[in-house]
Write a protein of this length. Structure first.
Length: 169
């Protein structure tokens, strides 16, 4: 759902700093039922007569609160995990999320249904925590791939997990 809101800050200064965290702290706590979301915002300035949009195009802030849902522990996952991609089906991008309980070298590989490797993401010494990779439906050469079913596989230490996703065009 959408939750329109307006944040007004008055100042006589010619500049004002508003951090992304300020925006999240002001509005995101009101959206506690969501574990993640996208905040779309713009910045305008007014002298009481004229109003000017000063931020150009609308800005987006992606908020992921999965790691903040627990009040116990140190915020580090207790086991390796590869989650469902989101969105699924997707076009043209999707997010692949995974959890690492310890520092690991990881390989995230995407295969077509013929078992051919389409795209590989290699990350060395990835920190323990909650991670995500965006895939824009391109192969290792940057060429777009066709619609269809794809498999994505995470390898980290002795952990191997494969899931399925669908690209629609």
């Amino acid at each position: 759902g959408q939750f329109p809101a307006e944040m007004i800050n008055e100042t006589a200064d010619t500049s004002m700093t508003i951090t992304y965290q300020d925006i999240i702290d002001k509005w995101y706590p009101n959206l506690e039922m969501l574990s993640r979301g996208t905040l779309k915002f713009s910045v305008s300035a007014t002298d009481g007569i004229d109003t000017v949009k000063v931020s150009g195009d609308d800005r987006l802030v992606f908020v992921n609160r999965y790691e903040y849902l627990s009040t116990e522990g140190d915020g580090v996952p207790v086991e390796f995990a590869l989650h469902e991609n989101y969105p699924n089906p997707f076009n043209p991008t999707t997010t692949l999320r995974f959890d690492l309980p310890e520092i690991s070298d990881i390989t995230l590989t995407i295969y077509n249904m013929l078992g051919q490797r389409v795209r590989t993401f290699n990350y060395q010494n990835t920190s323990a925590g909650y991670h995500s990779v965006k895939w824009n439906a391109t192969n290792d050469y940057g060429d777009p791939v066709g619609a269809g079913v794809y498999l994505y596989q995470l390898q980290a230490k002795d952990f191997v997990k494969t899931r399925k996703m669908v690209l629609l065009k």
